[in-house]
Design a protein around this ligand. Structure first.
Ligand SMILES: *Cc1c(COP(=O)(O)O)cnc(C)c1O
Length: 396
């Protein structure tokens, strides 16, 4: 009996390529690894009984993070979303303002804008960085805005566009020089959503340190984790002080009285989470090395498949390669769902990029520019298993 070999479909080629890299039958998208001082610091934390919002690990985590990112001030908070919320408040975002954010981001960016009573205004991305396209944005803003009294007004809605929040997608830095220039020319405050990009740099400087203020996340799926956690980072000492005040219920220091001078937030990172963070931060350089090696392995394994590429860090940047990303070419976008099905069926966890913000129920009516690149990318991007501990076999 003759067995006629079937031509392999793109989806099976992808399954085989991933399998050759991960070297095991199954792999999740991203799981944390605790192979440092995690148990030791957690035990110290428990033994001290200071598990909550006071304790030595919070301060240590903040100063370790400041050293690592070479920023003057870090305020640790309960998650990346709260970091963004406070960052936007520090930027002066108020009720009825608009804030420019990429349509292609995680929902937290848009939610944080809404927590301030403001409206997200969606911006297109560029294929080279997966982040805000400064050139397209500049042309759009020239059309739809006017400057009055040093503020940027949306001519259609009449509202002030207060700030812009670029996000470094999957750890890859945006064209931050381009975005900074747009921010300057249109009187916009720059707030960085650096939730995914701890460890990534642009011309040697860490992401999150370019604007007035940046937000980091240490959620369980991020490059390092504190369970849940986040941080506000800034070089401005007045803002840092204000951030600390806002995130600790706006309590005025006093030996016994409970005086709160405004409506603050209970956003302080607990000491027990910070203990985990201190240990994870020690491991970050080794995680970054392994993530880069994993990227190189995927490059090799997928090199023969002509309909796609493995996304590489943009020019002048060093990415943390948080989530490895496969990009289909325009003609193969219709294979996306088949690839997602085949890989997940095979026990290899893959995910599409987030549904674009302007397609989500709470954000359907928000202002937006034309979004052709974001729409196209959302049909062509697939995140691959990206954990640091994956055994890398075969292609080394
Ligand atoms: C993870 C993430 C956040 C929010 O972080 P949490 O800690 O989960 O609140 C914000 N923005 C982006 C782009 C993220 O990926």
């Amino acid at each position: 009996m003759n067995i006629i070999p079937q031509p392999s479909t793109l989806a099976t080629q992808v399954v085989d390529a991933i399998r050759s890299v991960v070297g095991s039958d199954s792999a999740v998208l991203h799981e944390p690894r605790f192979n440092g001082n995690e148990w030791k610091y957690l035990k110290e934390c428990l033994d001290s009984t200071f598990v909550s919002s006071v304790g030595k690990f919070v301060g240590r985590f903040e100063s370790d993070l400041a050293d690592y990112t070479r920023v003057n001030h870090v305020v640790a908070v309960v998650n990346g979303t709260s970091a963004l919320h406070i960052a936007l408040q520090l930027a002066g975002v108020k009720t009825d303002d608009e804030v420019l954010i990429p349509a292609m981001t995680f929902v937290a960016t848009a939610n944080a804008v809404r927590y301030c009573g403001a409206t997200p205004h969606f911006v297109d991305s560029e294929e080279r960085t997966l982040g805000v396209d400064p050139q397209a944005l500049r042309e759009y803003l020239q059309d739809v805005t006017e400057t009055r009294k040093g503020q940027c007004f949306n001519k259609t809605t009449g509202r002030v566009i207060r700030a812009i929040v670029p996000m470094h997608t999957f750890g890859h830095p945006v064209d931050i020089d381009g975005v900074l220039a747009v921010a300057q020319d249109f009187h916009l405050v720059l707030v960085e959503d650096a939730a995914e990009s701890l460890g990534s740099t642009y011309q040697g400087s860490h992401m999150g340190t370019f604007g007035l203020v940046g937000a980091l996340s240490f959620n369980g799926n991020k490059v390092i984790t504190t369970g849940g956690g986040g941080a506000i980072i800034t070089n401005d000492s007045v803002l840092a002080k204000h951030a600390k005040h806002l995130t600790t219920t706006a309590k005025v220091p006093h030996r016994w009285d409970y005086v709160h001078d405004r409506t603050g937030y209970n956003y302080r990172l607990p000491n027990i989470n910070a203990a985990l963070g201190c240990a994870q931060l020690e491991l970050l350089p080794s995680f970054l090395e392994e993530k880069r090696r994993l990227y190189e392995c995927y490059q090799k394994a997928f090199a023969k498949i002509s309909q796609l590429l493995i996304f590489s860090e943009p020019k002048d940047c060093r990415s943390n390669y948080w989530l490895q990303t496969l990009m289909l070419d325009d003609f193969s976008a219709d294979q996306k769902d088949a690839i997602l099905a085949a890989t997940n069926d095979a026990g290899l966890q893959t995910r599409p990029v987030w549904m674009l913000m302007h397609h989500l129920d709470p954000y359907l009516d928000c202002p937006k520019m034309e979004l052709p690149v974001a729409e196209s990318l959302s049909q062509r991007l697939i995140n691959l298993p990206s954990s640091v501990h994956m055994e890398i076999e075969g292609v080394r």
